[in-house]
Design a protein around this ligand. Structure first.
Ligand code: AMP
Ligand code: ZN
Length: 113
């Protein structure tokens, strides 16, 4: 989608430090890391948010979720990690292309801010 920064990363139009990629999803380092390990995992398909998932995306989202543990393992997060999705305005979603934050290598706290 035009003017979507994450579509541009998926299409290699703007640079990112990619840690995993296949035909359906891509994972890259967050520009402003909130933990020693902080990557984003996104579908290559432009889906605005979790709220915009459709039945036809079932296989895609299952594929993404099943890759989380593999990406976490590859990044050395054997002691655990946090997976975050910010959805919509109250969720403080700033980039309108579905993404999951994978954070690790520090002890997380609860509740989140
Ligand atoms: P959210 O607030 O959940 O929408 O998160 C958007 C995330 O995207 C933030 O953590 C930003 O630091 C990150 N971000 C924005 N632009 C880029 C970029 N070009 N490359 C990597 N991460 C980015
Ligand atoms: Zn997009």
């Amino acid at each position: 989608m035009a003017d979507c920064i994450f579509c541009k990363i998926a299409e290699k139009e703007i640079p990112a430090t990619i840690v995993y990629e296949d035909d359906k999803i891509i994972s890259f380092k967050d520009l402003e890391p909130q933990a020693p390990v902080h990557v984003l995992i996104i579908p290559k398909k432009h889906i605005e948010s979790l709220d915009d998932l459709k039945e036809e995306d079932r296989e895609l989202i299952a594929h993404l979720m099943l890759k989380v543990k593999d990406i976490a393992a590859e990044l050395g997060l054997e002691n655990g990690y946090r997976l975050v999705n910010n959805c919509g305005e109250d969720g403080f979603q700033t980039v309108k292309h579905l993404h999951f934050h994978l954070l690790g290598k520090r002890k997380m706290t609860w509740p989140p801010g």
